[in-house]
Every structure is written in C-alpha cells, then in structure tokens.
Design a protein around this ligand. Structure first.
Ligand SMILES: Cc1ncc(COP(=O)(O)O)c(C=O)c1O
Length: 417
C-alpha cells in the first residue's frame, strides 16, 4: 500500500530518494509472481492470459511492422485506431463519437488512469476511491498531489455472489467534501467481480451531478460480463456523458496485456485535458501496435469475437468455481472480470510478524500448495484492510491445462464440511 510520497521528513538522516521508493512500495503482483516463479507454483495470481492471442490480431501487428508503420504516432492516437474505436463504441455510448476529439489512445489503461488523474487533480484535491480499488489508483492520486478518500464496498465474505457486495450510498455521500474533484469507479470490478447495476450507477450519478464532480470509469473488463449481468456504462446515464472519462484496454480485450494499448473516451473538454497530460507522459503510443489493435477492432464484430471471448471466460469461470466449491473455499461467483474471491477462513495458517492474514494465506497457497493467489488487502487502504483477512483472489484467464493442474494441486486444501 502506498504512503504519501509528498509527506516531508525533517530528520537529519532524511533521504528523499529512499523516502519516495518506500512510499510507493512494490506492487503485490511483483511479489507474488516472483514467488510463483521461484516455487514453481501454478500462477492463478496475476491477471494475464497465458494462452495465445488470436492469430488475426498477431498477424495484424506483424503486417504493421512490415509495412513500416514504425514512426511516432499522432499524440492523441493513430487515426485508424481512433476511427475503429469510434465505430465500435458509438452504438455502445448511444451517440456518434468524434474520433479526433473524444478519444485518446494511452499506454494501456494504466496510463489512462494516470493521465486522467494528472489532468484533473490539483494538489489538495480529494479523490474518492471505492474499495477494493485497482492498486494504481492511489499511487496516481498521490503523484498528482491529491488526497485519496476511501469508501469501501461492504458485503459478507463467504457470500456466494459478488453482487452481495454493495456501495452504501450514504457512506459515499458523507465522504464528499467541497474539495472532492473526482470519483474512480471500476466496473466490472477487479478483484471482486462485481458488475454495478444501473440502479447503483444512477445513485452515484445523482451525487456526482449534485456536487459537480467528474467520474473516471475504468471498464477494462467490459467484455467479460456473464449473463444475466449486463455491463452498464455510467457515461450513458442522463447527464453523465459530460462528466465521465471511460477507459478501455486492448490488453484485456484481445489477450495482449504486453502491448499496453488502452484508450480514454470522453467529451471534448475532458478528452482534451487528458491529452494535455498524455502529451507529456509518453507523448505517443506504439504505432504498429495501434494499427494492429485497429485491425482487431475492425474485425471483432464480423468474427463475433466479443461474444466468443465472453463465452470462453464464462466456461473457465464455471470450471474454477466448481473446483473451489468442491474443496470448500466458498467462492463468490463473479458477474464480470476474470477473478474469483474465495473465503479462506477455514484454512489454518499461522500469521507471523507484521504480515496480514490474507498475505500469509496466499504465501502458503503459493509455496505449500503450489497455486499462487493474490491477497486482496493491497486493494484497500490501511484502516479497511482487515476486511480482506479471509479473502484470496484467483484468476481464471488461463489455459484449461493450467486450470486442470491447479485443480489437481488444490485438492490438498480440501476442507471437511
Ligand atoms: C481494474 C484495472 N484497471 C486497469 C488495469 C490495467 O490495464 P492495462 O493493462 O491496459 O494497463 C488493470 C489490469 O489488471 C485492471 O485490473
């Protein structure tokens, strides 16, 4: 978890470099991927697909490099990609998107988050982060000099459905002050797998409009939504287009997380602000990879790619849910994303030193059982981290062979009921 890197230490031994390094800390993914590699564990921790990206997507990248699309791209995005994005998203947003003014291509959604926060947050501004949050959110807010204000979703660990975790709208309202600028929303939500309902989003939208706020809506898992759940974009609710920056990710959508291509969709005023920050961060994004993502998006509909992807993940979700249920870990069925939270309360693992229980359990799962999982406490601020003591996050964005091997190893956890 990040401490405030801007806080000054007045002691004579103050080392400003070490201070910032300590404040940001290493991501939980770095620790658990290294542990999985060192112990030979099946890595159901980090959310990257280990299966091949679709051939039509890879071939488009190879062709783009061969065609010498190898120089700097337009800062706001390669024209073919922003046009393809406008084609795909216009019907989803219920409006004709202007590819040149309402879309900014970013270095993955991660840069979209960073650039949006840099663009909109002044030092001293407050930004509401709904917990659990993706771990780059607080880092981005702190680097802009903003103050994160945390509002946790609340729900029972051990419930069968991610939908049981809800936002207390009064708690959200109470967290808003005259300094609040922005709310960061993530639907479908990593790590819970919750998909916000239209009613929940409408309640958030009412507060956003009443307090003149902006929403950053991180929708990188938009294509991993499992019926009957439905992905609702907060930008499409009445009065919200003008107030929302929506983020997407080619890494998630086309199983190419290493390409780091993402996008921000917003009205011209907000998109321009994001672009003004983006031009000083990477300036522009890899041209051949943008060309390839453009081709991928152009071909996605005719190939029924999005429906195929969601069906693929739904089958993997159901398979891992079955395994986790069988061994007695009471998984929470996600309505979206490719993550499953389980209830680890019946696993008996000693917690030593200053380690949190969820971290200790995930280290044990990785080292002793041979299946890596991610502890969710880094997705919470310090005071709320105890909410995750009995939680671990598994991902199912892996080959069937890998899920099979994980299932075999996890039998050793089998809990007597
Ligand atoms: C909620 C969320 N937002 C953003 C990202 C980062 O997306 P990208 O890989 O496109 O930078 C992730 C990746 O795991 C994520 O889970």
């Amino acid at each position: 978890m990040h401490a405030d890197p801007n806080q000054r230490d007045t002691s004579p031994s103050y080392d400003p470099v070490a201070h910032r390094v300590r404040a940001f800390g290493a991501t939980v993914f770095a620790e658990f991927t290294a542990l999985a590699n060192a112990t030979g564990a099946v890595n159901l921790g980090q959310g990257f697909p280990n299966f091949p990206a679709p051939d039509f997507v890879k071939e488009a990248a190879q062709a783009a490099i061969a065609a010498d699309l190898n120089q700097y791209a337009r800062s706001a995005g390669h024209p073919r990609l922003v046009n393809a994005l406008a084609q795909v998203y216009s019907p989803l947003f219920g409006r004709t998107l202007d590819p040149m003014q309402e879309i900014v291509v970013t270095v993955g959604a991660t840069e979209g988050i960073f650039a949006t926060v840099q663009a909109l947050v002044n030092p001293g501004d407050e930004v509401i982060l709904i917990e659990p949050f993706y771990d780059s959110y607080p880092a981005s807010v702190l680097m802009a000099g903003g103050t994160p204000v945390y509002v946790p979703l609340r729900g029972p660990v051990g419930s069968r459905s991610a939908a049981a975790w809800v936002l207390d709208i009064d708690e959200l309202a109470a967290a808003i002050t005259p300094r609040t600028k922005l709310i960061l929303l993530n639907t479908p939500l990593n790590p819970l797998g919750k998909v916000y309902s239209r009613t929940e989003l409408a309640a958030i939208a009412t507060l956003v409009q009443a307090h003149n706020l902006t929403v950053l809506s991180d929708e990188v898992y938009e294509w991993m939504v499992y019926p009957p759940a439905e992905h609702v974009r907060i930008a499409t609710l009445p009065g919200m287009w003008e107030r929302t920056v929506t983020l997407g990710s080619a890494g998630k959508t086309f199983s190419v997380t290493g390409w780091k291509i993402g996008w921000a969709i917003a009205p011209p005023r907000l998109a321009h602000a994001v672009l003004m920050a983006h031009q000083w961060i990477p300036f522009a994004v890899s041209t051949p990879m943008q060309e390839a993502v453009a081709v991928a998006l152009e071909q996605a509909e005719p190939r029924c790619y999005f429906a195929w992807l969601s069906a693929l993940y739904q089958a993997k979700r159901d398979r891992l849910l079955g395994v986790l249920d069988d061994i007695g870990l009471t998984p929470m069925a996600p309505d979206g994303s490719y993550f499953i939270i389980v209830d680890t309360s019946k696993i008996n693992v000693p917690v030593t030193g200053d380690s949190r229980r969820d971290v200790a359990v995930c280290r044990w799962l990785t080292g002793e059982i041979g299946v890596a999982a991610i502890p969710p406490s880094p997705f919470y601020s310090g005071p709320h981290q105890s909410l995750t003591d009995n939680m671990a996050r598994f991902t199912f964005c892996k080959t069937d062979d890998m899920l099979e091997e994980a299932a075999r190893r996890l039998q050793r956890v089998k809990i007597q009921r």
